[in-house]
Design a protein around this ligand. Structure first.
Ligand code: HH2
Length: 268
């Protein structure tokens, strides 16, 4: 199975990497189109940052940010709406989104009502507090059991397209993130298609630098992001959520089992 590359499109002033770049709808729409050209099979549009410590955004503002962008891009690409608010999810589906990306793991009933798919993610607490002192006795088992329960509920409610996501960086210490990434083959084997988002997250900046070097800034985390996304792809995840679409699409073509396209001039 070839992994779908989901392009991140944050229409926010404060997202940890692309915040402020796509606040104007025209800029967001142009970026969405470019990501489709680069190989994104899905565009994940969000209007509220969920980075550690982020303040919640009010409903009217989140709707104002995302709806024009969803409406403009949905005819050209498959769009998911990255939100924790039922009202935003419903309005985005009316505007053309066909997948709800829910970092709170609670919107399966909304997806069932709207007749669309859902990504159910694990998070400890809320973005405001999740990194204060996360603790697990056994992170892989606890996250796995949470996701299995949420997926079962979604199926019971009649949602046909269900994904689970271990929520890398959402209330997790460095070791928790690494343990979850290393356990991806088991999560994939559990049967529900898996989504993973590692793109440019802070733990990559913390582990990538050698002992004598400072932590890597978000702009310096590309190589580690691509390595982690490629690992996830080779574990068989269904979707990787990334900021850097073109190189991720190349990795997906390399790792997946789609037929190799006949490159012009290639030695065959
Ligand atoms: N990570 C972020 C946001 N949404 N959704 C899923 N399913 N999985 C993730 O890992 C995930 C997610 C955080 O990244 P980003 O959107 O780039 O930043 P911000 O929350 O600051 O807008």
């Amino acid at each position: 199975m070839t992994c779908t590359v989901m392009g991140v499109l944050n229409v926010t002033p404060d997202s940890f990497y692309d915040g402020g770049r796509y606040l104007a709808p025209e800029a967001a729409i142009a970026r969405g189109r470019a990501m489709v050209e680069e190989g994104a099979g899905l565009l994940d549009i969000g209007g509220e940052s969920t980075r550690p410590g982020a303040d919640p955004v009010d409903l009217a503002e989140e709707l104002r940010r995302v709806l024009p962008v969803v409406e403009a891009l949905a005819p050209r690409a498959r769009v998911s709406i990255d939100t924790m608010k039922p009202e935003v999810a419903i309005a985005a589906v009316e505007a053309g989104a066909t997948l709800i990306n829910d970092v709170s793991g609670a919107l399966a009933p909304v997806a069932a009502k709207c007749g669309v798919g859902v990504i159910l993610m694990h998070m400890l607490g809320t973005p405001k507090t999740m990194q204060r002192s996360p603790h697990y006795d056994d992170v892989v088992t606890e996250v796995g059991e949470f996701l299995a329960g949420r997926a079962e509920e979604a199926h019971r409610l009649g949602v046909e397209e269900v994904y689970v996501d271990p929520g890398i960086g959402f209330g997790k210490r460095i070791g928790d993130n690494l343990a979850l990434l290393r356990a991806l083959p088991d999560l994939v084997a559990a049967g529900t298609p898996v989504v993973v988002g590692v793109s440019r997250k802070s733990f990559l900046g913390l582990i990538s630098a050698g002992p004598d070097r400072r932590d890597l800034e978000v702009e310096e985390r590309f190589e580690a992001s691509l390595a982690a996304a490629t690992w996830a792809m080779s574990c068989g995840v269904a979707i990787v959520r990334v900021h850097d679409v073109a190189p991720s699409a190349m990795a997906s073509a390399l790792v997946g089992d789609a037929p190799v396209p006949p490159w012009p001039g290639a030695l065959r």
